[in-house]
Structure formats: structure tokens, C-alpha cells
Design a protein around this ligand. Structure first.
Ligand SMILES: NC(=O)c1ccc[n+]([C@@H]2O[C@H](COP(=O)([O-])OP(=O)(O)OC[C@H]3O[C@@H](n4cnc5c(N)ncnc54)[C@H](OP(=O)(O)O)[C@@H]3O)[C@@H](O)[C@H]2O)c1
Length: 259
């Protein structure tokens, strides 16, 4: 088992890696030995986060707002330069949501959510294919991990229509790409978080007390922890996860599996 989860010498990109779930993931990858590039919309937040995480390993700040395909192309160019031409792991984690009642759910709640959650990840993968190819081998494939959501798998009644549709779409996109890229030794998987204590779920918590109705909905009766999302991503990025592609992996205390 020695070295099974070791990521020394690997280069990983985590979009939205300065905060929230992305930060948990970036820290896990750094602890496993990878060099990690993280993004955030604000340059000062991105740089401060990377500086803080540098105590764990080499962490590179790449500020960017993924609100357009052009921004994803630009980010890919900076990743190309920072990585020296080999990208072993891409974690498409940056995500945007919008909630509102169905009767007044606005048209403007669609394009931004679909761009950040679906199209930008695709553009980033497409642009970085040469760098994934350069890092990939039959024994040790390159890895793309798309962060979906249980909201794209079950009806969570969140009134987040564009969000849940975008997440269902990225699950399918992951499987499509997995099929097309398996022969190039690039594994593509979707990880489906349940409820984790980040900004995105802040409205479900009150001073860290979790809504009892939410807890009753989760078979394990608690939120997810940082090491549980980080551990799943490290596993999928490592030798231990090399034979897994085209999978949708819920990390959700049983919401999907026991539903
Ligand atoms: N928390 C949960 O329970 C949960 C459950 C299921 C799925 N997820 C998924 O997990 C991922 C991370 O979410 P989170 O829970 O950590 O929520 P969060 O704290 O709101 O973080 C969202 C992340 O996305 C980035 N982001 C948002 N809009 C962006 C844009 N236009 N361009 C570039 N980056 C952008 C943010 O970066 P900056 O703010 O730093 O710019 C931040 O890192 C998302 O894909 C989300 O859908 C979370």
C-alpha cells in the first residue's frame, strides 16, 4: 500500500480552489504531494489563499472569472505555462447557483450558471488536452474530475432549476468524455457532493446549527467533512483510482444510494 495515494511530481488544477470545497480539495492534493494551481475571481483572495496553502506544498494562484469561454481559454494558457506542459489532474470545482420560486425563476438565472458549471469545464478540458496527453500513460492515466452534485441526480427540491440541470449535464458530459478519452489514457469522473458546510449551503445553517429537516434527509444525519471530499479526490487522482473512469461517485452520507 505504500505510495498508493502519493501524488509527488504531479501537477493539479483546482478551479475555485481558494475557498469552500475547492480549498478542501486543494489542501488534500497538496498534502498528497502534488503541485496545485488554484483559481478565484479576486486576485487578492487567490494570492492570499495560495500563500496560506504554500506551507503544505507548491501552490500557484491563477485568478480568473470563468463567466465566458474566452476566460477558460485564457486560464488554460496560464495553466500550460505554469505546469511546464504536463497536467496530471484537473478538478473542475468552481460552481454557481441560483435559487428562486418556479413562477418567477428568471431567464437571467440560466446563462451564467450553465457557463460556470458546464461550458467552462468543457472548454478547459478541451484546451488542456495536449497537456493531459503529455501527462498520461496506460499505467498512470491523467485524471479529470468534475464536481457535480446530488442535486443533478435526485430531486432535492431546492428550487435551483438551472443549477440542478447544469449538474445533471456535467455528469453526462463526464461519461461522454470518459468514453472518448479512455483510449488516450485520460480518466474522467464526476464526484457528486451532498451537503458540506460552505458558502453555498450557508442558508441551510444558522450559526453552524444545521436545519434538523436537512439532517433528517441525510441517512448518516450529518454534513460532509473536509477530509471526506479531499480523500475522494486524492483517491481518484492517485494510483488507487487509476482503473476508474466514467463513474458518478456520490459523497453524500447516503442521500443518493439509500434513496
Ligand atoms: N457545498 C455543498 O454542499 C455542495 C454540494 C454539492 C455540490 N457542490 C459543488 O461544489 C463546488 C464548490 O462549491 P462550494 O460548496 O465550495 O460553494 P462556494 O463556497 O460558493 O464556492 C463556489 C466556488 O466557485 C467559484 N466560482 C463561483 N463563480 C465563479 C466564476 N464566475 N468564475 C470562477 N469561479 C467561480 C468560487 O470562487 P471565488 O468565490 O473564490 O471567486 C468558489 O471557489 C460547486 O461546483 C458546487 O456546485 C457543493
Amino acid at each position: 500500500m505504500s505510495g498508493l495515494f502519493d501524488l509527488s511530481g504531479k501537477f493539479a488544477l483546482v478551479t475555485g480552489g481558494a475557498q469552500g470545497l475547492g480549498r478542501m480539495i486543494a489542501e488534500g492534493l497538496l498534502d498528497a504531494g502534488a503541485t496545485v494551481a488554484v483559481t478565484s475571481r479576486k486576485a487578492d483572495i487567490c494570492e492570499a489563499a495560495a500563500a496560506e496553502m504554500s506551507s503544505r506544498g507548491r501552490c500557484i494562484p491563477l485568478p480568473c472569472d470563468l463567466s465566458s469561454p474566452e476566460a477558460a481559454v485564457d486560464l488554460a494558457a496560464r495553466v500550460r505555462e505554469a505546469s511546464g506542459g504536463r497536467v496530471h489532474v484537473i478538478v473542475n470545482n468552481a460552481g454557481k447557483t441560483w435559487g428562486g420560486p418556479v413562477d418567477s425563476f428568471p431567464d437571467k438565472a440560466w446563462p451564467g450558471v450553465m457557463m460556470v458549471n458546464l461550458q467552462a469545464p468543457f472548454t478547459l478540458i478541451r484546451e488542456l488536452l495536449p497537456e493531459l496527453d503529455a501527462a498520461a500513460s496506460a499505467d498512470d492515466p491523467a485524471r479529470v474530475i468534475n464536481i457535480g452534485s446530488i442535486a443533478g441526480k435526485t430531486t432535492e427540491r431546492l428550487s435551483a432549476y438551472s443549477y440542478s440541470a447544469s449538474k445533471a449535464a456535467i455528469h453526462m458530459l463526464s461519461r461522454d468524455l470518459a468514453g472518448d478519452l479512455a483510449s488516450r489514457n485520460i480518466n474522467v469522473n464526476a464526484v457528486l457532493p451532498g451537503f458540506f458546510p460552505t458558502r453555498m449551503t450557508a442558508h441551510m445553517r444558522d450559526d453552524d446549527a444545521v436545519d434538523p429537516k436537512l439532517l433528517a434527509h441525510i441517512p448518516m444525519r450529518r454534513l460532509g467533512r473536509a477530509e471526506e471530499i479531499a480523500g475522494t479526490i486524492v483517491f481518484l487522482s492517485s494510483a488507487a483510482g487509476a482503473y476508474i473512469t466514467g463513474a458518478e461517485i456520490p459523497v453524500d452520507g447516503g442521500v443518493v444510494g439509500c434513496g
